[in-house]
Design a protein around this ligand. Sequence first.
Ligand code: NAD
Length: 323
Amino acid sequence: METIERSNSINKENLKLLITDPMDNVMLQMLQERGIKVDYKPEIDRNSLLNEIPNYDVVVVRSRTKVDKEIIERGKNLKIIARAGIGLDNIDVDEAEKRGIKIVYAPGASTDSAVELTIGLMILGARPIFQGISMVKSGSFKKLSGVELAGKTIGIVGFGRIGTKVARVCQALDMKVIAYDVVDIKERAHKMGVIPVNTIDELVTESNVISFHVTVGNDAKPIVTEEHFKQMKEGTILVNTSRAIAIDGKALLKYIDERKLTLVTDVFWHEPPKEDWEIQLARHDRVLITPHIGAQTKEAQYRVAVMTTKNLIQAIQEIGVSL
Ligand code: NAD
């Protein structure tokens, strides 16, 4: 396809906007209401995208499309990248910023959905609900026992939007809540009746449940490592709806039986599990995995689409297009 050289005078008639992933209808409606023309290609493959991207001023993606260095380099006319989601894992942010490309997304739009899934997973970790349902469906009917959460200590790792709300729900369950973060959370935590701890070691040794709500890059070092598994209380339940990398998975596999640990997680090191140790962990009786569904509710997807579109419309105006 021939590459169009774009002039500086972009207006809403000649603005070229490409959507490369399936998107909630509300985004298309909001853009069309503003008179913005949209090329909607939700199944475009990478080669076609590489061919077509030079012609666009704006690209809008969800998680399927990787906007990496190669795509950004080819996108000679790109001025805005919009990610309809709460994180930017699939965008090469450094490369985009180097080229002065604006990035918009929807931080916080799925907080409530992620909190609710976290609480669900925590309860699944404490009570054999999944095992009980599977057993009854296969024709057996016997008692299965679990543990109560009231009176137990939950350690929240990452006291941001989701961690803070999970803390509030846990307080309502009469759990004692402690929290660890790399930023200073003391004042905010004290106000809520949450106990801030200074080190991850302290959190790990005191908790019956540890719930992860951190934002860390895919190449980050694990926060909970082999040394921590040795110090954990026997029977600790690990809940993770943030980043698998926060936990040293190989070390967990090593200690899961000795320490009688449980892992309930919405995120995995590879999704789906790929390496031998991941497959072993995934098949373990005390490991329950959901397929990364934290933000997959009707409400969260709608909010993500609306927030991304509002931010996108503002960014389009900021590049000089009057709408
Ligand atoms: P947030 O930015 O509001 O909070 C993250 C907190 O983690 C911050 O306070 C930050 O200081 C802290 N943190 C970062 N690195 C840390 C470390 N090494 N140790 C301790 N604390 C650390 O983010 P949020 O909106 O609460 O989201 C939390 C996580 O949940 C993100 O990773 C997000 O991608 C994930 N998430 C997943 C789903 C899902 O589908 N499972 C849905 C929504 C959000």
